[in-house]
Design a protein around this ligand. Structure first.
Ligand code: CAO
Length: 468
């Protein structure tokens, strides 16, 4: 069963012939109890007229620009069944009284069955008043004993407590819009209103949120829940130039930040004695020089990593997004970070476990060349199980690479150096390769990471181990 109810402008205190500045519902809209229907504005305050019943708006009898007083018909609402029993009780509730307003008399009359209003025909509810001048001494104040003073002027909710400063003008917006903005986390002070006299409308708030989301920045946050770095005007201290980040940097930057914020990173540092391996590599390189194949250390590192992934399946895994399961991959694809003019890209070498050093070296040269020419196809950068970031050709003794999530580990390689190494009897000069294994601690424990690193170092020291 349902019932149509006229919704009237309730007791609005001292105010008469008040402008309707917003109509917040249309026929067909569903409203809840307390949903604002219209917003009124006097010279002292703005106030919402909320619905006293839940239901469907069947008629709207008011338009922006109309002037209304207590008792004016706002809308007709067909009440939902569940609220029918509540509605008369709301209508019978005496309106709160302003201490200095003559509406106290009207309320008295109404509660005694006076004919000033139509309580039997209409449902009324207290208007919600929001003064634009919180310190306005003329604004009606509630009686001290009234537990829910509907006529009490309240400071705009977007202001922090105690900030009622007359040096900072309050944003011009209705209570409904203030509530809307508050629910979306939008700071009204940052929104310019497109309504009359700069009034902030619902569309202004929506536009503001859309713009903030498209920048990835919402009201001082970047979506991560963390505060953003405040903007600084560097030109205060000297000349500056601003240039856009390359497309690759913008994309990889977002990805790196996401990975950095999501993955509990640990980096395990180790080093491998590659003296023999390097001698072998040089021999191989000179043997194959006529074929034009460039054999660098990285081909060996990729091959050793494939063996480590087989020996330690957690290295070749990904967490499901809910963090409850591990996806263990049965294939062995390795991404290699390539430094290009425009930024970092990570092409993927597939099935590295089935390829020999020469094939890997050839493929790596081709892929890194295409990466630097910007010719990689998207699918050539997808499907990696683990990544390698090698800075060995450039320099450095170690670094902490960021895991390329949803992969769970990345192997950093720095520049090999000849160092004195104790062989049990004396120090001998050995070529030592720094290794930095960053891993997702949710998947790989510290002890396991140490074992993985030791495995990689041992295999690089003596690649014959890979034959075992
Ligand atoms: N120690 C000592 N020498 C090394 C070395 C190491 N760890 N790694 C490579 N070298 C040597 C190579 O053998 C080569 O020597 P030759 O010129 O005598 O042959 C030289 O350094 C240059 O190697 P390279 O860098 O051209 O080739 P590579 O196969 O080692 O690396 C690639 C290829 C694509 C990984 C590399 O060029 C590159 O782009 N590295 C940067 C990766 C990067 O930016 N990482 C940071 C990502 S953020 O985490």
């Amino acid at each position: 069963m349902s019932d149509s109810q006229d919704i009237l402008v309730p007791d609005i205190g001292d105010f008469d012939s008040v402008d309707v500045i917003e109509v917040l519902v249309s026929p067909g809209d569903t409203v809840d109890v307390e949903s604002p229907l219209i917003t009124l504005e006097s010279d002292k305050a703005t106030m919402d007229v909320p619905s006293p019943v839940a239901g469907t708006v069947t008629e709207v009898r008011i338009a922006v620009g109309d002037q209304v007083s207590q008792g004016s018909l706002v809308a007709v609402v067909t009440a939902a069944e569940s609220t029918l029993e509540d509605a008369p009780a709301t209508a019978a509730t005496p309106q709160a009284q302003a201490e200095d307003g003559d509406n106290s008399k009207e309320n008295e009359g109404e509660s005694q069955g006076g004919d000033k209003k139509e309580p039997d025909r209409a449902t009324e509810t207290p208007a919600k008043i929001d003064t634009q001048l919180p310190s306005d001494p003329d604004s009606p104040a509630p009686k001290a004993e009234d537990p829910t003073p509907p006529l009490a002027p309240r400071p705009p909710p977007s202001l922090p407590p105690g900030s009622e400063s007359d040096s900072e003008p309050l944003p011009h917006a209705s209570p409904a819009i203030r509530r809307f903005a508050r629910e979306l986390g939008a700071d009204l002070a940052k929104i310019s209103g497109s309504g009359s006299h700069g009034r902030i409308l619902k569309e202004d708030v929506t536009q503001f949120i859309k713009a903030a989301l498209s920048q990835g920045v919402r009201d001082g946050q970047d979506g991560s829940g963390l505060p953003t770095i405040p903007e600084v005007d560097f030109s205060k201290w000297g000349p500056v130039a601003t240039e856009p980040l390359s497309r690759i940097k913008r994309i990889s930057g977002r990805h790196l930040q996401r990975a950095w914020l999501n993955v509990p990173h640990v980096t395990h540092h180790d080093e491998a004695d590659i003296t023999e391996l390097e001698a072998f590599r040089k021999t191989l390189q000179s043997d194959r020089a006529s074929e034009g194949i460039r054999i660098t250390l990285l081909g060996f590192v990729i091959k050793v990593l494939a063996s480590a992934m087989k020996a330690f399946p957690s290295l070749n895994a990904s967490l499901t997004p809910d963090g409850e399961h591990l996806v263990l991959k049965q294939y062995f694809h390795v991404g290699v970070a390539v430094d290009t003019e425009n930024g970092l890209v990570v092409p993927v070498l597939r099935d590295v476990d089935r390829k020999g050093i020469l094939e890997l070296a050839t493929e790596l040269s081709a892929l890194s060349a295409r990466a630097r020419e910007g010719k990689l196809k998207p699918d050539e950068m997808q499907g990696g199980c683990i990544s390698i970031s090698s800075l060995g050709g450039i320099g450095g003794i170690g670094f902490t690479p960021i895991v390329n999530a949803p992969e769970v580990a990345i192997l950093g390689v720095s520049r090999a150096q000849t160092k004195p190494r104790w062989d049990g009897a004396a120090f001998a000069p050995r070529l030592m390769l720094p290794l930095d294994l960053s891993y997702d601690h949710r998947v790989i424990d510290g002890a396991e990471a140490a074992r993985i690193s030791a495995f990689i170092a041992a295999a690089l020291e003596d690649p014959r181990r890979l034959l075992l």
